[in-house]
Structure formats: structure tokens, C-alpha cells
Design a protein. Structure first.
Lengths: 342, 342
DNA sequence: GATTAGCACTCTCACAGCAAGAGTGCTAAT
DNA sequence: ATTAGCACTCTTGCTGTGAGAGTGCTAATC
């Protein structure tokens, strides 16, 4: 833990400067650009201490200093809040512009991930709400023709889902109405996962009454195949992060792409973050994964009708502009929560 | 046009070899690996002619030869068909495996693009069917509560679409039924785009009869906002193409990503290809675009119930393995057409 | 004790020069 | 028409060098 105020200022200066320039910071630069009123020798002295404490490191002997992951962590936890990034009007305007026209749900997820990519100059990621944990508000069956039924489900968060079910035996509209009523009576307000789990069991209480419909219940259960772990993720444009100097060696980029395009990986990372807190930051080595050790992920939850339902994230190098990214995520998350709650 | 048989063999050998090794081909290699029974000097002689005719080029004076775009074009049009790639069982099995479980429509598009990426080691692209040009089979309105209506549309190709409409005035179930009936009567079998274009005009024929519902018709028209040019595209994993040696300089990759992630660009390219023929190949300079001059795109249409509805593509360097890519696209397109037609 | 000037030291980076190797194009012979 | 032979050109990798950047340490100063 750093107690000395000047050393905090120096660490702050190094992080701040490195975030913008991607160049190691020398003692001279700190004297020149950040008015600390001491000589470069003094700065060097403090920097050496900071290095020994593990907050800074040097790429090589005669280079300036760059922050370690521990340095970033200290910055993020203790220094950053004082100078949180003030979003300028044009960014806010661009965000609002994007949500002006009402879009289909998947489209909203897509444009959100793209927007984050573009505004942060890194990779935007959106974890979509998982319907499985959402509660059933309405279910409708539409008989399309003799052997097809369209099932429509609406959840309390306003998400909807539909699927066409192929049936083998004819079924009458009346029978469908009965099924609808049974489901309404038994499952309204329960989560889709529970509906799926308990459907057959519950239905067999009606079994003697509706024996002829046994096969249809099985088909319905097949259609309502919701699981807690089936998350849906949207990655924004990659063209920005590809330009970050830390990925100028193609090898690094290969590692990164291999990792992020195996979607489970990112889902796991974001899921771990989003339920507990409003926002979370994971820095480089904190992932405990080789391929992510030069990257940070900032995650911000969004809500639907006040309930946390998913998260938006930025993935960038550990050198990412944390305050700016957080401000952007914040603004977008609020906007998104509002739109999805409508 | 190449008339000489040996020169055709040489061009074929150069393309084939370059596709697999990504290294310029020397006259010695051709003598050694492709039994032409002439000396390297003779090969050199022919290669010089091929270069003068524009089919081959040298990266620098003392290097072997690589094909020009014209060379690839000749290969693709005249030489390739003789040795079309024979898909091995494991590839076929992997494709079938992916389509085994029934998935939601968007999910099918997604896994298809990923599958193409993986199997071709390049970028898979899927152009989804455009609903606007598809014809209306069924429309249903479901009154969710006093101010929300769920509109469900099903097209003759079996695609479906739904949207929640917020209404300002109450409307009865009976009125909704009437609206449904009017739409059914007037628009069944017409394309969604036409439905959208002609709805208000047609409806005003009913105007005096249904004056009270004027506002609701406007809302419905807003919801059925289908346009011919609103294509939907899915890009597969990028991690494979990133590893191609032609993109080892990060600059090239930057150009490529800037281009492909501006979705209009790829949509335009694929759309131009897919409607006219079953498959199409565009090579490097043929795009007439700076940023695509080192890339080729192979496009294969797929059908729904016999009607061409979209396309799947591979984007790779001009050095892409054309026969293999074509075979893979072929197999996947057939599988996809079948699944989407069900 | 904290701060500072001064300086030797180390490492990077860009550039030049050089030798080996690859593959060509041309010439003259077959 | 084909081929052997060879000079020529260009790449690639290695080495060396000098300038520049920035450090850590020492000794002097506040």
C-alpha cells in the first residue's frame, strides 16, 4: 500500500500518461508535464521505490517506467475516482442517436456492442439477458396448419421467444386453448427454467384428464428448452482493438482471437463479474489465464425493470483508458436499461 | 489465353503449390514435384512467357513465381474443375454434427458462419434471407394487455418475425380480429415489402368503414417496416484468417477489418454474386477496391423450398484453396437449404 | 533526513556493410 | 525446341557501430 502522497501522484502520472501515449514514462517527463516541484532525481528515487513495491516496471534497463497490473489495480481502486472522465457532448449524442430508432432485440444487442467498440477504441461485448432465469408472463399457441404450431412466450422483462413446433397428430384449437390455460394456471410467474424442469411432472397431475395429449406435452417440453447456462454474447467490431499498439505483433493478436472467439471464455469472465456488483474490472494477470495477461475487461451490468439481467463490457489492453471506458459503459448501460425496460 | 498444354500444367502447378505453401515457386520445384519431363531451363522459359502474358509474377528478381489475379482467374475457370476437391469424411461428419440439433434461425446462421470459418481456415460469411422479398403466409395479433400488441408474421419460406406494438388507445379483441381478416384478404401471398408499401393505400379503401381505427393502421404500418435493402449478415470467427501469412503485417489486417466490419461492403459484394448464379468467385483486383485487392470471395447461394434466398461465402487471401473452399460451401449450402426448407 | 546535480552505465534503435543463398535470364551448344 | 552453364540480382541474416534515452548511484547541499 502506498502511503506517500507524492508517490501516489507519480503512479497516477505514470498510469495516466501511459494510457494516452503507450510509451514508457521517464522521470523527466513527469517533472515537465506534472507539476510536482521536485527534481527528476527525486522522482527517480520514488520510482525506484514504486518499482521495488511492485507498482511499476521497466521494459528494459534504460527505458522509462510502465505500470504493473498491481499498479493499475491501485490506480483503479484508489486514484481514478478523483478524475473520472467527463463524457463530451458528441459522444453522448452519438449514443443517443444509435438508440433513437426502435430496433428488434437482437439488433439492440448488436448495435450496443458496436457502439462500445467504436467509442472506446477497443472491443465491445454484450452479454444478453438469459431468458431461462426470467419469469413467464404469457404463452400463446397459434395453429399454423395441421402439423405446425407457433409457440410464443413473453417474459416479465418483456423478452419474447418463439418457436415452431412440428406435431405428428392433429390437434384442435380447443385443445390448444386447454393447454394454454393449464400452463397459465400452473406456471405464470415462474422462471422459464423451472417451467421447463417441472412441466412434465406437473402435467402428469392432469394426466388422466388429458391422456390423449401426452405426446403433445412432450413436444412442448422439447420446445421450451431453457437452461441457465445458455448465454448469448455479442462481440462488437474488432477493427479498433486490432489497431492497439500492444497487438502490433501478430502473435499476440492470434492468442487474443483464439481466446475471445471461444465464446465460453468471455461469457465466463463477464458472468463472474456482473451479478454481484454494478461494475467490475479485471486486470491482466488477475484472469489467471496466459492469453489474457495483457488485457483488461471492464464490465457494467444493465437492468430491465430494475432487475440486473445482463452486462456490457469493454475488452482492451491493460493500458486501456479506464475512466473513459467506465464513463462510456455507464452512459450506455443506463440508456440500455431504459430502452429494454420499456 | 493459354493454348500450350505444358504451360497450362505449369500454371496449374504454380497455383496449386502456392495455395498450399504460400511460398513463391521456382522452376526447380516444378521439375522435382510435378513430372513434366523437361529441364528447369525449359520451365523457366515457359514461366517467362506466362509472366509476359500476365499470368505469373515475381515478388522480386531472384524469387520464384506466384500467380497474378489473372493467373488465378484462368486456374479457376479452366484448370480447377479437373481436380475438384474431395471432401473427406471427417469434414462431412463435422458439418452434419453441427446441424443435428434443431436450432433457432439466427443460431443456424451463426453456426454456419463459424463452421465455414473453421473448415476453410478463413472467414466464413452468411447472408441471411431478406424477409422483405418473401411473401406473407400468416399474420397474427395477440393482445398482451391494454396497450401492447404482439404482431407475428410468417412468410411462405417459413421465416417468422415478431414485434411488440405499443398502442395509445384501447382496442378490443374483436377489432384485432377484423384487422387480421382485412390483412389476410388483401395481402396474403404478397411480398412483405409490398405489404408495407401498399398497406395504408389499400386500407383507406376501408377507411369509412373503419374510421375509428385509423391510428392503429399507422402503427401497424410502422411495425411492418420491411425494406429490400435491409440485409442481415453474419461473420464467422476471425481467428483463422488472422493467421494467414498474407496478414502477418498488421497493416493489411487493419485494412481488411476496416473493410469487412463496415457491413455494407460485404453485403454488396455477396449480393452482387448470389442471385444470378449458383456460385461465384471474385478475385483480388476484380473487386476494384484497394482494401480487397489481396482477397478473394467465393459465394454460394442457398435455397429455401427451391427459391434462392441467401448466400454463404468464404473470404480469404487470393491464395485461398479454391477447390476445397468450393466443395465445403457446396456441402454446407445443400445441408442448409434442406434444413431451412423443413 | 530529504533533495539534488552530476555522471557512468546499460540498453535500444537505426543504419551500414557483408556473405551466403536462391532463382532468375541469357547465351551458346545440342 | 530444349538444355547446361553462368553471371547477375535481390533477399536474408548477421555483425558492428554510434547516437540517444533513461537509469542508478554517489556525493554534495538544503
Amino acid at each position: 500500500m502506498i502511503t506517500n502522497d507524492r508517490m501516489k501522484s507519480i503512479l497516477n502520472a505514470v498510469v495516466y500518461s501511459y494510457i494516452t501515449t503507450a510509451e514508457p514514462i521517464s522521470s523527466e517527463v513527469i517533472v515537465k508535464d506534472y507539476g510536482l516541484n521536485v527534481s527528476s532525481a527525486t522522482i527517480r528515487h520514488d520510482m525506484l521505490s514504486l518499482e521495488k513495491m511492485g507498482y511499476l516496471k521497466k521494459p528494459h534497463t534504460s527505458a522509462g517506467r510502465i505500470p504493473t497490473d498491481k499498479g493499475y489495480r491501485f490506480y483503479v481502486d484508489n486514484l481514478m475516482s478523483k478524475n473520472i472522465y467527463d463524457l463530451n457532448k458528441s459522444i453522448k449524442k452519438e449514443i443517443n442517436e444509435n438508440y433513437k430508432i426502435k430496433k428488434e432485440f437482437n439488433e439492440i444487442m448488436r448495435i450496443t456492442s458496436k457502439l462500445i467498440s467504436k467509442l472506446t477504441n477497443n472491443l465491445g461485448v454484450v452479454l444478453a439477458p438469459n431468458m431461462a432465469s426470467d419469469t413467464l408472463r404469457d404463452i400463446r399457441f397459434i395453429l399454423l396448419n395441421n402439423n405446425r404450431i407457433l409457440i410464443t412466450i413473453i417474459t416479465d422483462s418483456g423478452l419474447f421467444y418463439q418457436k415452431i413446433m412440428n406435431i405428428t397428430h392433429d390437434i384442435s384449437e380447443d385443445n390448444l386453448d386447454t393447454i394454454e390455460k393449464i400452463i397459465k394456471k400452473e406456471f405464470y410467474g415462474k422462471s422459464l427454467e423451472v417451467v421447463n424442469d417441472e412441466m412434465l411432472e406437473k402435467i402428469y397431475q392432469y394426466y388422466f384428464k388429458y391422456r390423449t395429449m401426452e405426446s403433445i406435452w412432450k413436444l412442448i417440453e422439447d420446445c421450451l428448452d431453457f437452461h441457465d447456462d445458455e448465454e448469448n454474447i455479442f462481440l462488437g467490431n474488432r477493427c479498433y482493438i486490432v489497431k492497439q499498439p500492444e497487438f502490433k505483433e501478430i502473435e499476440r493478436l492470434n492468442y487474443l482471437f483464439d481466446f475471445i472467439e471461444e465464446e465460453k471464455n468471455l461469457i465466463q469472465i463477464i458472468k463472474k463479474s456482473f451479478l454481484s456488483k454494478q461494475y467490475d474490472i479485471v486486470i491482466g494477470s488477475e484472469f489467471g489465464k496466459e492469453s489474457m495477461q495483457d488485457c483488461s475487461v471492464i464490465t457494467r451490468q444493465y437492468t430491465i425493470k430494475g432487475k440486473p439481467m445482463g452486462a456490457i463490457s469493454v475488452l482492451g489492453p491493460t493500458r486501456i483508458n479506464y475512466p473513459k471506458a467506465i464513463s462510456i459503459l455507464d452512459f450506455i448501460a443506463n440508456r440500455l436499461s431504459k430502452i429494454l425496460s420499456e
